[in-house]
Write a protein that binds this ligand. Structure first.
Ligand code: GTP
Ligand code: MG
Length: 189
């Protein structure tokens, strides 16, 4: 299989969580470590896109945003510029239920006719569990220059496929933004 670089976006403001989102605990373990555990069987080429030293305790490569405060679009831009792989798995840092199985399925279903492949469930698109080609770097750069930073707008501009997942596996897409949501998650699992 072609080499895949996995980039985990850890660069937001965590304003709803009010503490570094990738480091809050699920089942006693930081979110970021759950995501790394799911990602590692796919590729050990892992880079964390972060602008702080909070993740320095992890031995994986860290890269910074090239343009600060540009949201996930800025994070993906930096991830792709720093990647040596054509195929890139981009993940947010707030999806602790994600599994290797689902990520492998995304990679298996990605087809190089597309520049981006993302999951959806019940017609809700999850752009931060996706495969992104290095080919879209100029589109990201332009979006940043124009401050056109919505992920859904980015998808409109690239040749993408949406892979629908149904049934109980879709719980893996659950993203946790606030302390209330975190407490709900820890109470449930
Ligand atoms: N590298 C990078 N990642 C980002 C940036 N903004 C958001 N992200 C990441 O994108 C993912 C989804 O973003 P949000 O859920 O909005 O996270 P957030 O912005 O930290 O949290 P809120 O302040 O509550 O919106 C998370 O993994 C964030 O870490 C950014 O400017 N740079
Ligand atoms: Mg945000």
């Amino acid at each position: 299989m072609e080499k895949v670089t996995i980039s985990i976006l850890c660069g937001g403001k965590s304003s709803r969580m009010q503490s570094e989102k990738g480091l809050v605990l699920f089942q006693g373990k930081p979110f970021i470590e759950h995501i790394i555990a799911a990602a590692l069987p796919i590729s050990n080429e892992i880079q964390l896109v972060t602008n702080t030293s909070d993740y320095d305790y992890l031995s994986y490569k860290k890269i910074k945003d090239i343009e600060l405060d540009k949201g996930p679009v800025g994070g993906i831009y930096s991830a792709l510029v720093h990647s040596e792989s054509e195929i890139n798995l981009i993940l947010s840092c707030d999806i602790p239920l994600i599994s290797t199985e689902l990520l492998s399925e995304l990679i298996a279903k990605h087809n190089t006719d597309f520049e981006v492949s993302v999951f959806s469930e019940a017609n809700k698109i999850h752009p931060l569990i996706g495969i992104y080609s290095k080919k879209i770097i100029p589109i990201l750069k332009k979006a940043i220059e124009e401050n056109d930073l919505k992920m859904m707008r980015l998808l409109e501009k690239v040749n993408h496929q949406i892979i629908e997942v149904a049934g109980k596996r879709s719980k893996q897409f659950r993203n946790v933004n606030s302390l209330t949501e975190l407490n709900e998650l820890n109470a449930k699992y």
